[in-house]
Write a protein that binds this ligand. Structure first.
Ligand SMILES: [Zn+2]
Length: 292
């Protein structure tokens, strides 16, 4: 089975070395290349979480980062990794939002930049806040999706109300020509995320982050039986497999384990859509990047 992983983290962030080790991995491009080959993963989308943030009073794009400063001219990242440029919303103001968005244009013109990532729960800012409007306009102009971290935040400093999947509804309605991706299925607000995706034709779900670490599958499936059944119930309620995409959140989870988890959630005759085809429709810039 060919797989596209629409949600990984590819950075030299200090903590990720230990995180990767706990998941039975190593936080390096070479290790990732070997694992991807072994598991049939042909392409991945990394969430922009590298250096960026607040420079000269503007919010500059956060790109992928594994060793050395990001260089948009000489991309220098493995050919099997595309990325979403990350927006640091906490440094955006009504005054600088438009000028900040302009800094994202050269990045969006790169062939490897396939989307825009927002972190409202960490940045304490609603998606519908007008400071984000210039970024939705850019997403429409460059025909890339806006990926939103929805659901639980990895750190207790996050504020959940900003990361709730219901917040995606309003921007989906106001920007009907932009594709929005709810990362992590809004977990644990699976019911709410299902409704937002069911109601809005332009909203999609990435299935990353529903489990972490490395685990013994039988124990995992036993312990989380009710949780997994709940997710299956709402996936069946949605009954639209064109809305769902495989993502792992590597290096937070063991890739082989996670493929098994997602396989168990999706009926076998929809695996090709969820693990591969849907990613190419939602992240349309991935198509020319695929290996021949
Ligand atoms: Zn993530």
């Amino acid at each position: 089975m060919k797989i596209i992983d629409v949600h990984i983290h590819f950075t030299d962030h200090e903590g990720f070395r230990e995180t990767a080790r706990k998941a039975g991995h190593e936080n390096s491009a070479e290790h990732l290349r070997r694992e991807f080959e072994r598991l049939g993963i042909v392409m991945a989308v990394a969430m922009g979480a590298g250096r960026g943030g607040d420079v000269d009073g503007l919010s500059v794009p956060r790109a992928v980062d594994l060793g050395g400063p990001f260089d948009p001219v000489r991309y220098g990242q493995p050919e099997f990794i595309a990325f979403c440029c990350g927006v640091e919303s906490r440094t955006l103001t009504p005054e600088n939002a438009r000028r900040s968005a302009a800094l994202f244009e050269p990045m969006l013109q790169m062939k490897q930049c396939v989307g825009i990532k927002l972190y409202p729960g960490y940045n304490r800012c609603y998606l519908a806040d007008p400071i984000h409007h210039p970024f939705y306009e850019l997403a429409e102009k460059y025909d890339v999706p806006v990926v939103i971290h929805t659901g639980d935040t990895a750190s207790s400093n996050g504020i959940l109300k900003y990361a709730h999947p219901l917040t995606v509804d309003e921007v989906a309605v106001e920007f009907p020509r932009v594709r929005f991706v709810m990362a992590h299925y809004g977990n644990p607000w699976i019911v709410d995320a299902t409704e937002v995706a069911a109601k809005n034709p332009n909203v999609f779900i990435d299935l990353s982050g529903l489990a972490v670490g490395k685990f013994e599958p039988r124990e995992f499936f036993d312990h989380y039986r009710g949780y997994l059944e709940h997710i299956r119930t709402w996936i069946a309620y949605l009954s639209d497999y064109g809305k769902l995409m495989y993502g792992s959140d590597w290096p937070l989870v063991n890739l082989e384990n996670y493929i098994e988890v997602v396989k168990s959630l999706i009926p076998a005759d929809h695996h090709d859509e969820v693990f591969y085809q849907n990613a190419l429709r939602v992240f349309s810039k991935l198509v020319p990047l695929l290996p021949r």
